[in-house]
Design a binder for this molecule. Structure first.
Ligand code: SDX
Length: 428
């Protein structure tokens, strides 16, 4: 089904096609607008601009709907596993038992990284933020797997790169943490599940055996599912744009990690805990901080609140809030920061400033509380987000390549100086 839109400008009428998605999203296709009318569009932060057609994830911000390949996040978080969701996102369908077993085995058998990665890791000071280390180590994979540099290789070659990315990211992530705490690195174990393997690489020590708690690995698996994809967010758009220049998957994911690091994006989960801790240390006066967040002269924002797309509620936040309660109960942890978070949410949701701007808790508001309860250190929270988001980045990169998307190169409106002549320095 196709529709058209008319643009009336300077006494002329320009017809532009309207693209209609499977969930009835309507988009004006402006790909030929400049050639017809000389006009481009301007949309700072791409708030109203679609960059592609994608079949991976559907969001309805007004209704708080999130589906991966048509399956609701609520069902997947409840009934699936992270590797099954990763398979779904990357290969479009839920795997059969045989497919999932083969996928899981492949990933287990590629979780080691080249020993030379250790000398790269040793070059980082212990104060290096794990996100910066992780982005660098992922990019270094291009050196150990030079065939990955050509994204136009066979499907088998691309799939080998995909498997290695999923298999090695937990190892590189855990090693980024070990570098931070100056502990000996721990190697992956093929007999452990994805989440259990990651946790033992994070916390095992030469002096003790690390016993993996099923409560913790189940919670980690659910959190990874909840972060697995989110259509064209900042870091995913970065992965797609970098990949559109035919850069390798590893280079594109490394760029995605860098974009996710920002406190307005994935870095918010670390910023939320730092904010809640600051409120706790300052006496727990949430009203004071809500007032600060509303004050235009105060740079303070309520981290973990607001979202570009969700204008009702972030369905992931709802699931994570309940999981936080369950995990803290199961681990018998009483975290005062959770109570502050709940009070903050209550006050903000009753305040017109937040209601009028549709500012609700997002995925990052409660996730840090669970990570903390699971013993994950604060500056590893965004690394956890990257671990979860990896299958989404891969699926989006793969879709962009399979659709032969053109190189991403936006236009601009120039506002600088008009032409002027060069003046020799003596005359300036
Ligand atoms: C993620 O896009 C995705 O899908 C991202 C993500 C994913 O899964 O990939 O969901 C993950 O990044 C979640 C968002 C995490 N970031 C934070 O929690 C940081 C705090 N939130 C914000 O900075 C902000 O809400 C954004 C960045 C999330 C969204 O910003 P927008 O869409 O650009 O909105 P905006 O900054 O233009 O804000 C609109 C208004 C402004 O006020 P006015 O100028 O209209 O008076 O709302 C205000 C803002 O000042 N506002 C806030 C606020 N967020 C927006 N005021 C106080 N506290 C906040 N958190």
């Amino acid at each position: 089904m196709s529709k058209k839109a008319e643009l009336h400008y300077n006494g002329k009428v320009y017809e532009v096609p309207v693209v209609i998605g499977t969930e009835n999203e309507n988009a004006i296709d402006i790909s030929k607008l400049r050639g017809k009318s000389g006009l481009i569009t301007l949309d700072r932060g791409f708030k109203n601009t679609g960059s592609c057609e994608s079949a991976i994830t559907f969001l309805d911000g007004e209704e708080g709907v999130l589906r991966y390949r048509g399956y609701s996040i609520e069902e997947l978080a409840e009934k699936s596993t992270f590797l099954e969701v990763a398979f779904l996102l990357i290969y479009s369908e839920l795997p059969t038992r045989e497919e999932l077993d083969a996928f899981t085995k492949d990933i287990s058998e590629h979780s080691l990284v080249h020993e030379d990665v250790r000398s790269i890791l040793d070059g980082f000071p212990s104060k290096a933020h794990p996100m910066g280390v992780l982005s660098s180590l992922v990019s270094s994979l291009t050196a150990f797997y030079p065939k990955s540099l050509d994204p136009n290789r066979s499907v088998e070659q691309i799939n080998g790169t995909v498997i290695r990315a999923i298999a090695k990211l937990p190892t590189l992530a855990a090693w980024s943490y070990k570098n931070r705490v100056r502990q000996p690195i721990v190697y992956p174990k093929n007999n452990l599940s994805y989440s259990a393997n990651f946790m033992q690489m994070m916390f095992a020590l030469p002096t003790t055996d690390y016993v993996v708690s099923p409560v913790i690995t189940k919670a980690i698996d659910k959190l990874l599912i909840l972060h697995a994809d989110h259509e064209q967010n900042c870091s995913t758009s970065t992965v797609r744009v970098v990949g559109s220049s035919h850069a390798s998957l590893y280079a594109s994911v490394s760029a995605g990690i860098a974009a996710l690091w920002g406190p307005l994006h994935g870095g918010a989960n670390q910023a939320v805990i730092e904010m809640l801790e600051a409120i706790r240390i300052d006496g727990g006066d949430v009203d004071k901080y809500v007032a600060k967040a509303k004050d235009k002269d105060d740079a303070f924002r309520l981290m973990g609140f607001g979202h570009r797309v969700y204008k009702s509620f972030d369905p992931r936040a709802t699931i994570i809030k309940k999981a936080a309660d369950d995990v803290l109960k199961e681990l018998n942890i009483n975290d005062p920061v959770l109570e502050i978070a709940k009070r903050l949410e209550e006050v903000a949701l009753d305040d017109d400033y937040f209601k009028s701007r549709n500012l609700y808790p997002n995925v990052d508001f409660y996730s840090g509380i669970i990570y903390r309860a699971l013993g994950i250190p604060t500056d590893m929270f965004t690394v956890m987000f990257a671990l979860g988001r990896l299958p989404g980045w891969i699926a989006q990169w793969k879709e962009m390549r399979e659709n032969h998307e053109p190189i991403g190169r936006p236009r601009q409106v120039y506002t600088g100086s008009k032409e002027r002549k060069y003046v020799p320095i003596e005359s300036r």
